[in-house]
Design a protein around this ligand. Structure first.
Ligand code: PLP
Length: 398
């Protein structure tokens, strides 16, 4: 028998639509071109000094040089339990937490732990590009439920109910959202939570942007709003976005103790423990004050208002005002098929390529998030870069 070189499972992973634009942007930058990149999904601030200091000290402690418990350092699991109670009001025992190699691994491990082959996961779209791949890799079937700008990208219970089948096991929930910046109000969360409870549907809720909310919007944790759901909910979180620690790779899953025990067994074979130095840094981050987080949030809010006010002046670009995270998700459907510098783009991948070539501005096409016709722009860059990049975009498109 001839074996294929790459397994069918891995070969089925779709190359990210972000990569084409990103690779071209990097190539142009390497040639010295002044490309402005709105693609980055990470804060542009350094990690807070007290966190870096804690990590530096941890490198010198012998105890951090060897393997530690797969589920995470006891000090970190305790600090995460305390932080969760402080920030969302959810009460957790440290045994209900498994520390993962970033929020991304939390997503993979959550689905690997919950799904059997053929289990369906309701996936509100626009979605973060990693969700469908991790669901599929775990043997599950992502079932896309799409919301557009007319509802501020919020899916309704009616839409979820229409997509529910006897195979539906999990609802993926992400508020504040990547890529739209949408924040579900408490009433909508309660309605969705009650519906999930009524139908015995598990919830995987990704709260990684919980602290990045604006205009008085509030993040609400699903199992706090509907406490009866706590036994069938996994809460995902991490230090990446809140503390500007994307490179440190620390996230976690919190949920019922039996499922967390299973996820920890999986982790013990998958990767052993997360880097002890990074875990010590995370103890300092989640155990520390939120003042630095609030400073970052104020800077993001200023940039959010700047980018929204500038985008509003560009014809054909419709931008609902996002209340969370650090992304805007304008509809650019009106620009498809329109002649721009002698070219007509059939889809947003082509339009993003044209913009990169002609304006030297990189944006991520909506195809990456399950919804062609849109762009995601991160505003985690300096005010000057935002002004320059959106000015160039406006000059090209007007
Ligand atoms: N969840 C969402 C919605 C994200 O946008 C990201 C990162 O982009 C993550 C989870 C994972 O973050 P990390 O793996 O860096 O902790």
């Amino acid at each position: 028998m001839v074996h294929s070189r790459v397994s069918a499972r891995i070969a089925a992973i779709k190359p990210s639509a972000t990569l084409a634009v990103d690779a071209k942007a990097k190539a142009l930058k390497a040639q010295g071109r002044p490309v402005i990149g709105f693609g980055a999904g990470q804060p542009d601030f350094p990690t807070p000094e007290h966190v870096v200091e804690a990590a530096a000290a941890a490198t010198r402690e012998r105890v951090n040089h060897g393997y530690t418990a797969a589920a995470g350092l006891p000090e970190l699991r305790e600090a995460i339990a305390a932080k969760t109670l402080r920030d969302s009001g959810l009460t957790l025992d440290p045994s209900q937490i498994v520390v993962t190699n970033g929020g991304k691994q939390a997503v993979y491990s959550a689905f690997a732990t919950l799904l059997d082959p053929g289990d369906e996961v309701l996936l509100p779209a626009p979605y973060w590009t990693t969700y469908p791949e991790s669901i599929t890799l775990a043997g599950g079937v992502p079932v896309q439920v799409t919301a557009d700008e007319s509802t501020g990208y919020l899916v309704t219970v009616e839409q979820l109910e229409a997509a529910r089948t006897s195979r539906t096991k999990v609802l993926l929930f992400n508020s504040p959202s990547n890529p739209t910046g949408a924040v579900y109000p408490r009433s909508a969360i309660e309605e969705i939570g009650r519906w999930a409870l009524e139908h015995g549907i598990w919830v995987v809720t990704d709260e990684i942007y919980e602290h990045l909310v604006y205009d008085g919007a509030e993040s609400h944790s699903l199992p706090v709003v509907v406490p009866e759901l706590a036994d069938t909910t996994l809460v995902l979180n991490g230090v990446a976005k809140t503390y500007s620690m994307t490179g440190w790779r620390v996230g976690w899953i919190a949920g019922p103790a039996d499922v967390i025990k299973a996820a920890a067994s999986y982790q013990s074979h998958l990767c052993g423990n997360v880097s002890n130095v990074a875990q010590r840094a995370a103890v300092a981050a989640v155990g520390g004050p939120l003042t630095v987080v609030h400073e970052m949030r104020a800077a993001f809010d200023r940039r959010r208002q700047l980018i929204i006010s500038m985008l509003a002046k560009i014809p054909g670009v419709e931008t609902p005002v996002p209340q969370g995270a650090f992304y805007v998700y304008p509809s650019v459907k009106a620009l498809l098929g329109k002649e721009i510098r002698g070219e007509r783009s059939a889809d947003t991948v082509e339009l993003a390529e044209l913009i990169l070539r002609e304006a030297e501005v990189a944006v991520v096409p909506g195809e990456a998030f399950g919804t062609p016709g849109y762009f995601r722009l991160s505003y985690a860059l300096s005010d000057e870069e935002i002004v320059e990049g959106i000015t160039r975009l406006g000059e090209l498109l007007s």
